[in-house]
Design a protein around this ligand. Sequence first.
Ligand code: GSH
Length: 221
Amino acid sequence: MELELISFKLCPFVQRSVIVLKHKQIPYKITYIELANPPDWFREISPFGKVPILRVEDQHTIFESAVISEFLNEITPDSLLPDEPLERAINRGWIEFGSACVLDLAGIMHGGNAEKYDTAHAALTKKMIRLESALGEGPYFNGKELSLVDFAYAPLFMRTELLGLGEEVYPAASCPDIAHWSQALLGLAAVKDSVVLEFPELLRTHIRKKAPYAASRLGLA
Ligand SMILES: N[C@@H](CCC(=O)N[C@@H](CS)C(=O)NCC(=O)O)C(=O)O
């Protein structure tokens, strides 16, 4: 099956798809677009005007990162979701929660003033406390087996660690399980290889350009 992932280098939602593709060793082609100036062909195929988009056989369009992950999971062996419907549903709920966490992080990174920055920071910190209570023995969300929940959160942790936010939003003292979980995820080859080499600098430059206030709070100015 011919797969093409339409990507923006800084998008955490695209990164989820890349991690699944890499972890499952699925061959694919990646096409980068500039989200600030998307090409016409992209506007035509993307219903929400968002990435990721997965093109199948240059003919079908799959959108929404959670849906793309499930599709990739279903067309390959060794499922990354539990067999049991109740457990599977609970996993899907936490994947959705992860999307809300990513949006809070975007609110921090794009925070144009103190109020916006602090509101997003408080929202993410609150969600982390709730997430901590959902974690078990580890090292991964479901225990010893990796799942799509892990891959939904890895892009978030890559950014919080890079920006020095980890100790602020999930301090090891109050959120020890998240601190361990994030380190386990960031050590995975599929996670490390899921962004372009210049990702850290691209992210910092993006924040400096888009949100000078956030850049100063994050020590990037
Ligand atoms: N719910 C979507 C969110 C995807 C998303 O927000 N992508 C951003 C980039 S990180 C985007 O394409 N934004 C363009 C826009 O909103 O115009 C998913 O999970 O795929």
